[in-house]
Design a protein around this ligand. Structure first.
Ligand code: IPM
Ligand code: MN
Length: 368
């Protein structure tokens, strides 16, 4: 029997409620596929910060490093100033555990839940690979003349060749293996003739960010041409990317982008797949402790009511199993989520599902 040690951070707001359902489904899948997940819970988040004035002790970072995977609910508390918990917990873990990829699949499970007219699950099935350790998120910058009329605020975008390259390589590799060798349906006959199997779109802003995205674009074409000839390379400015998400989401297979743009476009992506109730992501260190989370947030106004949708957290659990190499168990969770989404759930929105949070967990566990 395969054994995995999993760290669990319920966190703030509805985080603990949705993580409980994810664990319920993971345990059901483990029984079926003969796995054993050993959970260790960590008390992190706003409540602990308000008690101790410390977002996260150094010792906890060291402990979390030892786990192959971490399941996270949500970070963000209405009584704590924005930035403290985000930087002190979420971003700190992303950075210090070198989770340099933020992987966010955008997949529509049921046409009823797509806000776009006439788009079907065939049209909305792509993955965003968001760089997760650099860009505008490093905290580099500062104030000059703070509080005076001459105040200057600088926030610097950090792009290293090493950071960009490892992100691009991950994205190319993912594009190459995503459909296990089957060509992506959006390729043209001439692409197929040229031996292309997948498409990777770099989403950037080469027309304005002429340093940062110059580096991204050069590295993209160098690495792609040399090492990934079967992946067709495409480019879209980030503003146009948002337009095409709405107009032609079927144009995307895998997208790679920097941290800030990735943050923004994946909220839009989440809406295409039916909203925050279903959108999951993974903070990946391909060689270390990786952290999986529903991308929604702590949703304070729904806390404790049993109305929040746990499917995003359940899908985060599915991504975690896939990362651990348990592909059959992961696949069975996805199949169960699709079935429950298509056959049972009335809406993916909090309070409108037709079921409570825990009933949705039960439905998925029973559908495995
Ligand atoms: C996300 C969130 C975080 C981010 C916040 C909470 C710091 O929006 O995971 O997308 O900006 O990365
Ligand atoms: Mn975000």
């Amino acid at each position: 029997m395969k054994n995995y040690n999993i760290a669990v951070i319920g966190g703030d707001g509805t985080g603990p409620e949705v993580v409980r359902e994810a664990v319920k489904v993971l345990d059901a899948a483990s029984r079926k596929f003969d796995l054993k997940l050993n959970y260790t819970s960590y008390d992190l988040g706003g409540a602990r910060y308000l008690r101790t004035q410390e977002p996260m002790p150094d010792s906890v970072v060291q402990e979390l490093r030892q786990f192959p995977a971490i399941l996270l609910g949500a970070i963000g508390h209405p009584e704590v100033k924005p930035g403290i918990l985000e930087k002190g917990i979420l971003l700190r873990l992303r950075f210090e555990l070198e989770q340099y990829i933020n992987l966010r699949p955008v997949k529509l499970y049921d046409q009823r839940f797509c806000p776009l007219k006439d788009k079907t699950p065939e049209d909305i099935d792509f993955v965003v690979v968001r760089e997760n350790n650099e860009g505008l998120y490093t905290g580099s910058g500062g104030f000059v003349f703070k509080g005076t009329p001459h105040e200057i605020a600088l926030q610097e975008s950090v792009n290293t060749r090493r950071g960009v390259e490892r992100c691009l390589r991950f994205a190319f590799e993912l594009a190459g293996r995503r459909r296990s060798g089957q060509p992506w349906s959006g390729l043209k006959p001439e692409d197929l003739k040229a031996g292309k199997k997948a498409q990777l779109t770099l989403s950037g802003k080469t027309n304005v960010l002429t340093y940062a995205f110059d580096l991204w674009e050069r590295a993209f074409h160098e690495i792609g041409a040399k090492d990934f000839p079967a992946v067709k390379r495409a480019y879209a400015h980030v503003d146009a990317t948002t337009m095409w998400f709405v107009k032609n989401p079927e144009w995307f297979d895998v997208i790679v982008t920097d941290n800030m743009f990735g943050d923004i476009i994946t909220d839009l992506g989440a809406m295409l797949q039916g909203g925050m109730g279903i959108a999951a992501g993974g903070n990946i260190n391909p060689n270390g402790a990786s952290m999986f989370e529903p991308i929604g947030g702590s949703a304070p106004k729904y806390t404790g009511l049993g109305v929040i949708n746990p499917l995003a957290a359940i899908c985060a659990g599915q991504m975690m199993l896939a990362f651990l190499g348990e592909h059959r168990a992961a696949q069975s969770i996805e199949t169960a989520v699709i079935k429950v989404t298509r056959e049972k759930i009335k809406s993916l929105a909090a309070g409108k599902m037709g079921f409570t949070t825990s009933q949705v967990g039960d439905l998925v566990a029973a559908a495995l």
